[in-house]
Design a protein around this ligand. Structure first.
Ligand code: MCN
Length: 786
């Protein structure tokens, strides 16, 4: 996988006085990552550190008749075993989402008298080393009474299905309806109606670094520090303090280097407060590092949709309305945002299209499985997959070209800001531009001619188009659980070096680089004059964190405004030193417009700390902080085109070409953006072709290891031709929209549309993901028999 552009990378020094924003600057994070000198949680060793290992349920559903910890406690090196009775006084794992009538099961940190999914924590063993802790966990005897589990959300809704939570025998956590326009009238007016059942299978987010927690308690100060691989350190502090009942100012959360999160670490899990509890109880540090197997069974999954679509249209291809039912597999509990995810799907169901009539019903279903929650795209890949499949199905029904039908239904350029059927206001866009660009790159007309030839020769070649719009930059606080603002502090040291403190948490996205580009440009300094710090509640002012592709559009905007404040201070101090009211700040220098005399930013910074004299109403030093509340989300968009070929004999799918044209507003760093698109596409391709978290009828995760759960390896990735259009967002001063999830959102429908197109001569109209060779082979066999 590589980028198509071969432009030489500028060195930071060379680029010193050129605008850095917009340049393909290499990530400053990478040297420590590729030389193995970064410090992840598991790299940390504290004196007297203990290790924890969990006893977890091997059953999808069972009553706990008794727990005997004695055999574990007899093992040399085992220090303690804790069960529900020890932690009964602590708060539950929190759910931050609310919906009318939502049923919220009490999510104890350790199972009380029943287990609800394989991996459910029942006890935690503390020992002198990791291996003894593991032996200890195996020695704990738990007397289970197995119960019938239910893991298929549609079966869970059937009468007589085993109840996941006995108090709610219908397994329904909530129902939710969202309506816009007059959908009945749209369907009455329709000349054609197409229907399909479309699934978005359960997926494992699969960050390279699993979850990891290290807690350290200083009893003299009554101060608890928890190092945890978290996308939301401050929210984690607030919530863990509540669970443990410790004062928030005595709790410090540090999120050290992270090997990705992909939404799975936008959460507070039982292990975080439990390690805090153990550290306080034993008076010694304790570490828990998730195994890969635990990551499969105990960290949230994504997707888990069964959707029923009906699209009403005119014969000319104009879409009139959409009816939709989502059956959302929630798993056994609500994690932080579980019930909110399908509501995000509904919000983005109109995609890039103008139709104004929608009726969407969601039913959230409890199953005996680990909870679903936010995984890269969180609700939007499901929506985009659904609407983009339906548009292709409609095009096939009407024998229209899939590009033409999209162009016909796009929101027009003069309609922005555009109010959607689901109550959103799309900020800005030129939706046909990426599609035209992508069609140009593949030479669409020639490609279709080539396909005709291939078909004549008996080859199964497909061309798939998907366009997408996504909601990101979460978001106005009124619409985001726990607040949607973000914070930044910019500190100029006496030597003139810059420290940026940001409330977002970089965990692979590269803001240590892009935020330094923004700060260096605004102050006229070099990128090496700036460091970006994040992820430590004792260092950084409160922030919301990183998710929903918000860090740049919201956190970057907060940084921009803090920089404007700092620039004002620099001019005021500079003016004082130059004895002039008429000064300009440019290129790292404040210049008197009358005399031409100047002072460098470094000289002004030093003087501001020395404080021999200060401008009126000014404090010594040179710091500015901004808390920025965005007025709206931003809505990136794009078009992906996939050329595929299916092997008739094996069902294997070869991706021959992958073209991604994405519009995430103004590009801060095109190299990083390309990396984000590549990574996103890898995860979308994984869903389209290989990945599936399958629970059997007993609630066992049968694809619970990497031998069975096929994430794409580098050799399985196609060459990605990544291009852009740039439509600035009016929502923030950077003009930036998010890009962290775009690749995933655009990918899966483009791939499925391509493969369905390849198999359409065999009468295939729809395929569910993952399109494994076995599934495709069976489809081909079935078609040839028919
Ligand atoms: N960027 C840019 N120009 C733009 C938009 C973004 O140069 N117009 C840059 C940003 O400055 C940043 C990167 O692109 O360096 C991604 O920025 P943004 O779109 O703001 O997304 P976030 O930083 O908020 O990241 C969150 C997003 C999400 S929601 C998931 S899930 C995801 C993703 O990012 N998880 C990731 N990308 C990931 N990448 C890695 N390596 N690891 C993860 O866990």
């Amino acid at each position: 996988m590589a980028t198509t552009t071969t432009t030489a990378l500028p060195t930071a020094k060379k680029a010193k006085r050129e605008a850095l924003v917009g340049q393909r600057i290499k990530r400053r994070e990478d040297p420590r990552l590729i030389t193995g000198t970064a410090t992840y949680t598991d790299d940390m060793q504290l004196p007297g550190m203990q290790h924890a290992c969990f006893v977890r349920s091997p059953y999808g559903a069972a009553n706990i008749k008794g727990i005997n910890a004695k055999p574990a406690l007899e093992l040399p090196g085992v220090i303690a075993v804790y069960t529900y009775d020890d932690i009964a006084h602590l708060g539950p794992v929190p759910c931050g989402a609310s919906l009318p009538g939502l049923r919220v099961p009490h999510h104890h940190l350790l199972a009380k008298d029943r287990v609800y999914f394989v991996g459910h924590p029942v006890a935690v063993v503390v020992a002198t080393d990791r291996y003894i802790a593991r032996d200890g966990a195996e020695a704990v005897e738990v007397d289970y009474e197995p119960l019938q589990a239910v893991s298929d959300p549609e079966k869970a809704l059937e009468a007589g299905a085993p109840p996941v939570h006995p108090e709610w025998p219908d397994n329904t956590a909530f129902t939710f309806t969202q309506k816009g326009g007059d959908t009945d009238a749209a369907f009455a007016e329709a000349e054609v109606i197409v229907k399909e059942r479309i699934t978005s299978q359960r997926l494992v987010p699969m960050a390279m670094e699993g979850r990891a927690v290290l807690a350290d308690y200083k009893s003299g100060d009554q101060a608890l520090t928890i190092f945890t691989s978290s996308q939301i350190p401050h929210l984690c502090r607030t919530l863990v303090a509540m669970i443990l009942g410790v004062p928030e100012h005595k709790l410090r959360i540090v999120a050290p280097e992270m090997g990705g999160g992909f939404g799975s670490k936008l959460n507070v899990y039982a292990e975080e407060p439990l390690m805090g509890f153990i550290a306080m109880k034993t008076g010694k540090p304790v570490k828990w590092i998730e195994s890969r197997r635990e990551n499969f069974t105990c960290t949230i999954h994504g997707r888990g949709h069964v959707d029923y679509y009906e699209v009403a249209a005119r014969k000319d291809g104009t879409i009139l309305g959409l009816r939709l039912k989502i059956v959302q597999d929630l798993g056994a509990y609500h994690q932080l945002l579980t019930p909110a995810i399908p509501t995000l799907s509904v919000l983005m169901m109109p995609g890039l299209y103008r139709f104004k009539n929608i009726h969407a019903d969601i039913v959230g279903v409890f199953t005996n499985a680990v909870p679903t929650d936010a995984y890269r795209g969180a609700g939007r890949p499901e929506a985009t997959h659904g609407i983009e499949r339906m548009v292709d199905i409609l095009a096939a029904e009407l024998k229209m070209d899939p590009a033409e039908i999209r162009l016909k239904n796009f929101v027009h350029n003069d309609e922005f800001p555009f109010n959607t059927a689901t109550g959103l206001t799309y900020d800005s866009g030129d939706y046909s531009a990426p599609l035209h660009k992508a069609l140009g790159i593949v030479d669409y007309k020639a490609l279709r001619a080539q396909q005709e030839e291939a078909r004549k020769a008996g080859r199964l070649m497909g061309v798939g188009i998907a366009t997408y719009g996504e909601i990101c930059a979460f978001g106005p606080s009124a619409a985001t659980p726990a607040g949607g603002w973000e914070s930044a502090t910019v500190r100029l040291d006496p030597s003139g070096k810059v420290t940026v403190l940001t409330g977002i948490k970089c965990h692979g996205q590269g803001e240590e680089t892009t935020f330094a580009q923004i700060a260096a440009d605004e102050l006229g300094l070099g990128i090496d004059d700036v460091v970006v710090q994040h992820g430590d509640t004792a260092v950084v002012q409160y922030g919301i964190g990183t998710f929903g592709s918000r860090a740049t559009a919201v956190g970057g905007a907060a940084l921009y405004f803090a920089l404007q404040e700092l620039k004002k201070k620099l001019k005021a101090f500079g003016g004082l030193l130059l004895a002039s009211d008429d000064v300009t700040l440019a290129g790292g220098v404040v210049t008197c417009n009358k005399t031409g005399e100047s002072k460098t930013v470094q000289e002004i910074a030093a003087a501001s700390y020395r404080a021999m004299s200060l401008p009126p109403n000014t404090d010594p030093g040179m710091t500015a902080t901004n808390f920025w509340e965005p007025p709206n989300f931003t809505f990136p968009f794009g078009a992906h085109i996939v050329v595929s070929e299916v092997d008739r004999e094996t069902g294997d799918i070869a991706i021959k070409r992958y073209v991604a044209v994405d519009d995430c507003g103004r590009l801060i760093n095109p190299l990083i953006v390309a990396g984000q698109v590549h990574g996103g596409v890898a995860q979308g391709l994984g869903q389209a072709l290989w990945e599936h978290a399958i629970y059997d009828d007993n609630g066992q995760l049968v694809t619970g290891e990497l031998m069975d759960y096929a994430i794409p390896k580098a050799t399985m990735m196609p060459w990605i031709e990544s291009e852009h259009t740039e439509t600035p967002s009016p929502v923030n001063p950077l003009g930036a929209k998010g890009v962290g999830e775009a690749g995933t959102i655009g990918c899966s429908p483009a791939v499925v549309n391509s493969v369905v197109d390849a198999l359409s001569p065999l009468g295939v109209r729809h395929l569910d993901m993952p399109m494994t060779p076995e599934k495709i082979w069976k489809v081909i066999q079935g078609a040839s028999k028919a």
